[in-house]
Design a binder for this molecule. Structure first.
Ligand SMILES: [Zn+2]
Length: 617
């Protein structure tokens, strides 16, 4: 995380109210007693309960010279503070803090807490502990309204805390309650002190575990302290739970990429107005930037120049299916550049081509490539392609999802990677996934995109086809079903076509492509009125159903007087499916019939351009 420091600011609102009470009369003392009672702090509580054994989180505590001077028994003082915090942290996070104490040879009374934090993180990186806490002097209470009581690195292990300004706080309390006896006053004050110290400590620990400021002043993650604060929201607790799991591990076993990703998911999963909106946005942006920075270092680096000739030779051999020779060519450069993921990736592709996706050795080589460049989509695309070749579509789709999630990591070749994916999805017949991949590639008017558009139109498959139970993973099956019905119709197997239509309608009720195919079937059966009705239904379900427009145009033009209306349908068919040659030819006849030579001329030119041949006379 971009080590952003956050501060807890004290607010002494409750004290100010007490101090504003009037002169000393018996009723005043009574009201003062009442005010004193209300000055008692709230009880801290853990909302969600951890039910397992608490884990030990080790903490290294550094007390600077001023802190030690102000707190004679400083280990005891801070130890008590930790105990109170543990009473909340054990049930909330399943974590008990255990401290070791060190004297910090630092005396910088004028330094800001952020300066202190910087020095502390250089002194102790905290690789072997969950938290590193620095303790420094309290500030005089005079400037308390905007005081910093503590700071923490957001998602970093370092915290700085100021000591409690006991003397000043007591004086202020005594001034507010001059007529109460000392014992009574001390009791309330001690409770307030415990509450405040614990809240400040837990607040900063929470930031260290990713918690974001909250807008409700009653929550402990509010930017201002209040004696009424009782706990931490479930959403912040969720972030803390994710971070603590990672933090409990030694530094070299921690997974910042995964942890940032999980925290990002947890923040974005569901909108929540309880967080400070600006800080939440900054946190999300910071996490994204950090993840991108980590990933940029984890995609496959290019093949070193010295190995390029051999690499390309191996590629050439592989294309010629001379797999053993290709691998033999790669072996020495793998040995020379064992950490180069790109070379391993080629080895993975060759192994898959030679042995198939289920082969143990191929799997190992590909796994190694993925390990070397965990953020690179290459190995997953290679495995998916191979799985498709072996006919295992579900497994291939899972690999493609892994690949998709990684393409944005590539610093170059993103467009090509998306085109590769588009071609794979095209092979699977999924129109939506193909279109999405093409859109990501940034290539305008790609032949694959034209294929998808034309297939949608020809077989009546709307992009948003949920109400017909059309989904990206069953589009190919719908296209095949429509095609089967039409094939049966054109083979004059009308009863078989009827059965096939009925069966398909169970899966995709009301699908425009099926209505168009039924229109065709009715037409063959010479049920003209029914056919028109079916084509119109197909068009109203999805205006892009080219086949329905085409058939309807033909049907309408059976009455010569209706030719212009028929022309409209044919033009609509061509507009959504320009490759539908039948529609062009029917339109030519229609123009001829109404003697529109200009339109016919225009159509001939367009036909020649699109189909590379003259429109038949
Ligand atoms: Zn804070």
């Amino acid at each position: 995380m971009s080590r952003r420091a956050v501060a807890l600011v004290a607010s002494l609102g409750a004290l100010a109210v007490i101090a504003a009470l009037g002169a000393c009369t018996p009723s005043y003392i009574k009201s003062q007693r009442k005010a004193l009672g209300s000055a008692l702090p709230a009880t801290l509580e853990a909302r969600k309960q951890w039910d397992g054994e608490p884990r030990i989180a080790r903490v290294r505590v550094y007390a600077d010279a001023d802190y030690r001077a102000q707190h004679l028994h400083w280990k005891q003082t801070f130890g008590d503070q930790l105990d109170y915090a543990n009473q909340m942290l054990v049930p909330m996070l399943g974590v008990r803090l255990e401290a070791e104490y060190l004297e910090w040879d630092r005396r910088a009374p004028d330094a800001s807490l952020r300066d202190d934090l910087q020095v502390l993180s250089q002194l102790d990186p905290g690789d072997d502990v969950a938290f590193v806490i620095g303790l420094t002097s309290a500030l005089p209470l005079v400037s308390a309204t905007m005081d910093e009581l503590g700071v923490a690195e957001l998602l970093g292990p370092h915290l700085m805390l100021r000591g409690y300004a006991d003397l000043e706080e007591r004086k202020a309390f005594a001034r507010a309650f001059p007529d109460l006896d000392q014992a009574e006053r001390d009791e309330v004050h001690d409770a307030r002190r415990r509450h405040k110290e614990t809240v400040v400590l837990v607040h900063e620990l929470a930031h260290s575990l990713g918690a974001i400021h909250e807008t409700d002043p009653a929550w402990l993650l509010h930017p201002s302290y209040s004696a009424q604060q009782t706990g931490i929201s479930d959403r912040n607790r969720e972030l803390m739970m994710i971070a603590i799991e990672d933090r409990l591990k030694p530094a070299d076993a921690r997974d910042p990429r995964g942890t940032y990703g999980r925290i990002l998911d947890a923040i974005e999963r569901e909108d929540w107005g309880g967080w400070d909106a600006d800080e939440k946005a900054a946190m999300v942006a910071g996490l994204r930037a950090d993840i991108a920075a980590i990933d940029a270092g984890l995609t496959a680096s290019p093949v070193p120049a010295a190995a390029l000739a051999q690499y390309q030779h191996a590629e050439k051999l592989a294309r010629a299916a001379r797999f053993d020779e290709a691998l033999a060519e790669l072996d020495p450069i793998i040995a020379a550049y064992p950490a180069n993921a790109q070379i391993r990736l080629l080895a993975c592709q060759i192994q898959l081509a030679a042995r198939g996706p289920k082969d143990e050795q191929a799997a190992q080589v590909c796994e190694r490539a993925a390990e070397l460049a965990p953020a690179d989509p290459g190995p997953y695309i290679a495995i998916a392609t191979s799985l498709l070749g072996a006919g295992d579509v579900p497994a291939a789709l899972a690999q493609l999802d892994l690949a998709k999630a990684r393409i944005s990591n590539l610093t170059e070749g993103r467009g090509d990677a998306w085109l590769q994916l588009a071609a794979i999805y095209q092979g699977l017949g999924s129109l939506t996934w193909t279109e999405d991949a093409i859109a990501q590639s940034g290539v305008a008017d790609h032949p694959i995109a034209r294929w998808a558009a034309s297939t949608r139109a020809r077989y009546g498959v709307p992009r948003d086809g949920k109400k017909f139970k059309i989904a990206p993973d069953n589009e190919a099956a719908l296209v095949a079903a429509v095609r089967e019905i039409l094939d049966l119709v054109y083979a004059s197997k009308l009863d078989a076509a009827e059965r096939a239509a009925r069966k398909a309608e169970k899966t995709w009720p009301g699908a425009p492509g099926l209505l168009a195919a039924r229109c065709d079937l009715a037409m063959r059966r010479k049920h003209e009125a029914e056919a028109k009705k079916l084509c119109r239904r197909a068009i109203s379900a999805y205006d892009g159903t080219a086949w329905a427009h085409y058939l309807l145009g033909i049907l309408i033009m059976r009455s010569p007087s209706q030719t212009p209306a028929g022309i409209d349908e044919l033009r609509a068919a061509i507009a959504v499916d320009p490759d539908l040659g039948q529609a062009w030819r029917a339109l030519a006849k229609a123009y001829d019939r109404i003697k529109d030579d200009a339109a016919l001329d225009e159509l001939r030119k367009g036909y020649l351009e699109r189909f590379g041949q003259a429109l038949p006379p």
